[in-house]
Every structure is written in C-alpha cells, then in structure tokens.
Design a protein around this ligand. Structure first.
Ligand code: ZN
Length: 360
C-alpha cells in the first residue's frame, strides 16, 4: 500500500513537471562510514547544506549519541546493510564462498561473495537485520551487496558481455537449481566447469530466473523481518547501475537483480550511478534513473560519486556540478552522495553542492 502511494505521488510529479518535488521533499542523502564527532556539528553542517538523510555504517547507527543528535537535527538515518559481501565470514569459513564457472572461489581484488544458497548464512543475515532494527531503531535499512558476485566497479562500456563472471556453481546451488526448476544436469558431467558450461549453454534462461529469485527472496526476507520489528521502517536497495540491455542483460544474467521483482518489496531503489568511475558521462545518471523509474514506478534515488575512485583521471568541479544536476533531474527522488568523507576532502565541492541544492 505504502509503495503504491509513493508510486502514485511520483507518477503525478513526473507527469506534471510544475509539481516537481520541492527540495524539502527530495531525499538528499550522504553515505557516511565513520566520524569521530562531535555529531551536533556534523548535523548542523548537514542542515546548512540541505542533506536530510544519512546512509550510515552499523558502527554509527550503534552509537546512541549519533542517533540522538541525528534525531534532534531532523536527519533520517538508514543503516547500510551488506548481505553477500562478507570477508570476515569467508576468512573463517572459506567453504561458503561463491564459486565461478571454473570451479574456483569467485574473487577479484577486494570483492568476494558468499554463496547465496546457504540456508544457515541467509538465516543469520535476516536475524542480524532484525536485531539492528530492534536495538537501534533506524528510520530505514539500505540493503547493499545484494547481488551475485561481480566487480562492476571496473566494468566499462564496451566490455565483452561473455567475459563477465557468472556464479555460483557450488554443489549447493547446482543441487537447488535442479530440484527447484526440475532441471537434471546429465550425470555424465562430473566437474564444475562441465556442469556450468552445460547449464549456461542449454538452460541459461532458467538459470538466470532462478538466480534472480535467490536475490529477490533474500530482500523479501530481510524486509519482512525489519518490518516486523518496526512497521514504518523504509527499505532501500543498492542496484548495480546497468540498464536492462547493457552487457547482454547483465543486470539479471550476471548480477541477478530483477529490478521489477525487487521493487515489489522495497520502498525505494538506489542505483550506484558512479559515472566517472565507470567511464560514463553525467547524463547517463539520469538515463539509468529514468529507466528504472519508468519500469517500476518506484522512487529512484541515484547515488553519485563525489571524489576520485578506482580511476586516477581528474574529476573536476564542472563534472561534479553536472553529476549532481543530472542526478536531481526528474523523475529522480533525490540523490545520495558517496561519500561524506570524500566530499569534505574537497571543500570547493561542498560549496558547490550547497549552491546547487539551494537552486533546486
Ligand atoms: Zn552457491
């Protein structure tokens, strides 16, 4: 019901540009991972800038003083909640790792993922979400790393879609896939690579649908548990910033994110449109936002890069300014800065952000 109301509101706003959301109704967020305080000064600064929502690490959400100062300054708090990226768990239990089509743990630089089929792990994740919401009462939960393994941060336009990684081919996933879809992998196939090749060559659509289901059901379970603890909690989800057609349908085929199905369970969608980092121009941020909005009718709050990341190429004030403008273009429901730490490292960008937000 709440989602339908949101959708109706945004549809009206989109159809009648004169009704474009006023700044106070836009979600202006900042991802913040650590802060030494004092928190009252931090939130006074956010009030001056027009930032109304923090997407915060669990450490900050667990800090009572942080939460009470946020509330005193009318700042909404979302806890960033990573799901299948869990290096600590994998360090203790490497057998939980997602497996690629060569039979190896799916990993690239810092990116490594847990197999999404392990009931024990999934249960732990849901109970962790429940505990966080019960104990710390954030206004929202922002579900992160909710996808299959892919190091999308280094996937650039023109990348051969066939070179993108598909996982997980461990025995748990292959067994569940067979049982739940009625597919029988020929018993003559012994190795992981042989089985993976057979699945991808002859049953790729069923495989993609089934893998998307693993991600969607995880979101549904986390959302349900969170709402049981706090019925008015808002749920956001971090999306890989790929359009439906990009990389041969990679958003579903690789990442396992079925955006329409996911949107049924959450209040808002936040594509990680870090344009500079993935070698896109700022208008691409609007294109992705627009596509997701038209597809789902859900509020879409693009997250944007504000400092250098991964690439060492210059990210100057003009590009930053256009990045913010494109992110705020209707039908966007706002913007999330990634991250506060990177923003304040460049004071000119703080000033520029304030000016842009005042003009909107
Ligand atoms: Zn698996």
């Amino acid at each position: 019901m709440r989602k339908q109301l949101f959708s109706l509101l945004f549809l009206i706003l989109y159809m009648f540009p004169a009704c474009t959301p006023k700044p106070e109704s836009l979600l202006i967020g900042a991802k913040i991972y650590e802060h030494s305080g004092p928190y009252d000064q931090l939130f006074e600064r956010w009030n001056e800038l027009g930032i109304n929502t923090g997407f915060c690490s669990l450490d900050l959400i667990s800090d009572q003083e942080f939460m009470s100062e946020a509330s005193d300054h009318n700042i909404s708090t979302f806890v960033i909640f990573p799901v299948f990226f869990n290096p600590d768990t994998l360090a203790h239990s490497p057998d939980l790792a997602a497996i690629n089509r060569d039979g190896e743990a799916a990993a690239e630089e810092w990116v490594e993922f847990v197999c999404p089929s392990r009931e024990g792990y999934r249960h732990q994740v849901v109970e962790k979400a429940r505990r966080i919401v019960r104990n710390h009462r954030p206004d929202g939960i922002s579900i992160d790393f909710i996808r299959h393994f892919v190091y999308w941060e280094k996937v650039y336009p023109g990348r051969d879609p066939a070179s993108l990684p598909i996982s997980c081919f461990d025995s748990v996933c292959i067994d569940h896939f067979q049982t739940e879809t009625g597919t029988a992998v020929p018993s003559s196939l012994i190795g992981v690579k042989e089985k993976a090749d057979w699945i991808l060559e002859s049953h790729s659509d069923e495989w993609t649908r089934w893998r998307c289901g693993l991600i969607t059901s995880m979101v549904e379970e986390i959302t349900e548990a969170s709402r049981e603890e706090k019925p008015d909690i808002l749920v956001n989800i971090h999306l890989v910033p790929w359009g439906e057609e990009d990389f041969d349908g990679g958003i579903k085929r690789v990442a396992g994110q079925d955006i329409n199905a996911l949107s049924e369970h959450v209040d808002m969608l936040s594509p990680m449109t870090y344009a500079h980092m993935v070698k896109q121009e700022p208008p691409w941020i609007h294109d992705i936002t627009d596509e997701i909005y038209l597809k789902t009718g859900s509020p879409v709050i693009p997250s944007i890069q504000v400092g250098k990341a991964y690439l060492n190429t210059e990210f100057d004030l003009d590009e930053f300014s256009e990045t913010v403008e494109q992110a705020l273009k209707p039908p966007s429901g706002g913007v999330v800065i990634w991250s506060w730490e990177r923003l304040i490292a460049e004071p000119e960008k703080v000033t520029l952000l304030k000016e842009i937000l005042e003009d909107h």
